[in-house]
Design a protein around this ligand. Structure first.
Ligand SMILES: [Zn+2]
Ligand SMILES: [Zn+2]
Length: 160
């Protein structure tokens, strides 16, 4: 027996193809540095980094991040005054951290190993970030014992 033709559910591939970018606003603690960033829905999520450098830079147990195209980030105030701190990342390649010279808030960093087009945004500094879901956790091997897992965790970085 042949089923009668019924209305078909909307195609998921069509809705994925029509991903809409949303602009989020961020600013540093003192207000001197301000930025706008365009994120697709699957980028409006936090990647928790438990690495020891993030602990040192933030004075906390982990940081909140997302990898985005460099072109998605625009500084509307203070961008030309940002200072840069450079250290050797896990790969040995330089990581450049850009921070407000007045209050030290760190809007993003550039891992040179990722190439010139990708940067790592500190998602926790964006307006509305409290509504972003945790998408993954990296450097789980050095997670502090009392910090509970909230997303898929990788020992270091996810496989390529
Ligand atoms: Zn500042
Ligand atoms: Zn880290």
């Amino acid at each position: 027996m042949t089923a009668p033709s019924a209305p078909r559910p909307p195609s998921t591939t069509a809705s994925i193809a029509a991903a809409v970018m949303t602009t989020y606003h961020g600013q540093c603690a003192c207000g001197q540095t301000k930025w706008d960033v365009k994120l697709e829905p699957d980028q409006a999520k936090h990647i928790l980094c438990h690495c020891n450098t993030c602990k040192s830079l933030s004075g906390s147990t982990y940081t909140l991040n997302q990898i985005i195209p460099k072109s998605a980030l625009t500084f509307t105030s203070g961008g030309e005054s940002l200072k840069k701190y450079t250290y050797a990342g896990e790969s040995g390649s330089p990581v450049h951290c850009y921070y407000c010279p007045n209050c030290t808030t760190h809007p993003y960093h550039h891992q040179t190993v990722m190439g010139d087009d990708k940067i790592v945004l500190r998602t926790g500094l964006l307006e509305g970030a409290e509504k972003f879901e945790p998408a993954a956790e990296i450097f789980g091997k050095v997670r502090w014992g009392w910090v509970k897992e909230v997303a898929e965790t990788f020992e270091t970085l996810p496989p390529e």
